[in-house]
Design a protein around this ligand. Sequence first.
Ligand code: GLC
Length: 745
Amino acid sequence: MGKYIIKVAIVFSLFSCSRNNNFNNSESDIYNKVDSLMSLMTLKEKIGQTIMYSGDWVTTGPTVSSNNIKLLKDGNLGAMLNVYSAKKTKELQKIAVEETRLGIPILFGYDIIHGFKTIFPINLGHAASWDMKDIQKSARIAADEASSAGLHWTFAPMLDIGRDPRWGRISEGAGEDVFLTNEIAKANVKGFQGDDLSKNNTILACAKHFVGYGAAQGGRDYHTVNMGQDELRNVYLPPFKAAVDAGVQTLMTAFNELNGVPATGNKFIFRDILRDEWGFKGFVVTDYTAINELVQHGFAENEKRATEIAIKAGVDMDMMSGANRFYLEALVNEGKVDADLVNDSCRRILFIKFKLGLFDDPYRYCDENREKEVTYKSEYLESARKSAAISSVLLKNDDNSLPLTKNQTIALIGPLVKDKENIIGNWAAAGDRNGKAISIYDGIKTYLGDAKILYAKGCNIKNDDKSGFQEAISLSRKADKIVLVMGEDYHMSGEAASRTNIKIPGIQTELIKTLKEEVPDKKIILILMNGRPLDLSEEDSLVDSILEIWFPGTIGGFGIADVLFGVYNPSGKLPITFPRNIGQVPIYYNVKNTGRPIPLENPNEDYKSNYIDSPNTPLYPFGHGLSYTTFEYSDISLSSNIIGESDILSISVNITNSGNYDGHEIVQLYIHDKVGSITRPVKELKGFSKIFIKKGENKTVNFQLTCKDFKFFNGKDFIFEPGEFEVAIAGSSDFSFMHSFELKL
Ligand code: GLC
């Protein structure tokens, strides 16, 4: 450390005489420091700051062999991913700081997508909680654990709007809705970055994947994306704008091409929109090897040309391609790339390293004592338990088959009952599969004890081995209720995990049918562990209750048991549509009306936009989720039926808890802009409020709207237009509008 302090002091003393010496962290002060440092750096060293290699501890993409330690020693590495722990990062940081010419610290980044060690529900699941405080808290906890393990940067939040359940990465985002995803973007950025990046428990967030990745053709990962300005500006870009407005410091390029131009070489999205329109000041990192992939895309003749395209498009840091390492210096020396582009990227990266406080103390994130103290804190595990509970969605509950009671014996059947490996889902960072995780069995046992649980695996997740069926049948005959824990394994969603069939895999459904036939007098409760919307049409006709638990995380077993036994009354609402069948996909709630919508009054009228073999409606719509109680909505009132540009429209509703359980309700506000200069969706979520009402009591919920809420991109600019709007407040997107108002300008 001593050598380091001398080195930095020399560097800054050479250049700080012209200004005050107190190292306050105002932006201009930091830029002065950055410029001082850059004036000492060679071109090669500046390029080094734009290079990121994997620590090869964890492979999250095609592993490219790289002698990154030599790069580190030569001062030609700006960041590493996939390496963590206070000890290991300190070892590597010491090389960067004490063995290189200028001692510039490196960044350590990692995919902390839904927790670092303490794993929370997958993001699609956590989105179902509609609980921004809880989502922000989970990011804060992840940042605390990760920063204690030497990490400065997470490649999250993933903000790709998803409308296609075939796409495996739908599990990582916040679902199909812009408004909900915008809110979750803000909650994550605040949770990860806190209010002061110089604190040693805050980390950089990274909004990804910019942009349009979720619209891959056929739901096939990495596939081509084509869309008009309407969808790009009104659906896929807004969550990234929300993250930028919330202060996100980095963005990551998407793998896909967008309208013929691969994102990683797309000047329009990175320079015109992100920098010029939005004023983003942070830095852009590519996705894993994405620069080189411009060659595969057919957008660059070779990797050297790809390197030139990427930096000119606005990319700052190269993750794993080796492109900047091998070609950027030559490109500058040949005059093909202006050195100022390298200077801009280097400056953005160094600015953030200063903001993190790494030049004040490069080892501030490498405290082994803090790592021990912070990791798996009991309050963090308790928080994850609550997140699991509030993220579950009660899709169906005929005859109030749930909640379970302690005096019942249950047949607990299915390949995911005792599972500890899949329960933390994909992208589970440093989560401990099999060790720390609490299975659904573990959770239920705390309520029932072993004696009242008749367990049988019944079948596997994927193969067609029926040898377990008979045991499942005989146990079910002895039980009061049948509880099934079924779904996907964690490899069946996430990156490079698209499916053409979105049914429950293997012969799990066949086991349900068999139990229904062999034990017809028993209620069947299906608990689903999965990373995407599934086609549950068949199961919906076979079972009495369905509880969607996603991959609920490290403490999932306890959290879900709390729901099953009514300690937590389920409140989750779907952030994404569950189709009746794959043929309906893409299917989402905020569609356009078309010129031939199916008339409600005559659904069988000919020549309408319908299928001849399926309804248009989904099995379970966006915003759907039941409770053990019932909530009645009444007395919806508007403060006015006409508003002007500067007016505020207040809408209120009375909600009564008319059932037998206290509970939370997620009250949703929707509008419909009936006529626009480009067509508008039939419904748009514009607000929500999660409230708690005791049984028998009621509450009034108020929302406010202004014309800013009606803005949309009309091909030229973001505008709102006069005319008639419909408005509704409901507990799901499955409603008919009953109220309207006029915007007069
Ligand atoms: C992967 C993913 C990206 C992740 C990165 C680093 O390919 O696309 O989301 O952050 O590589 O692991």
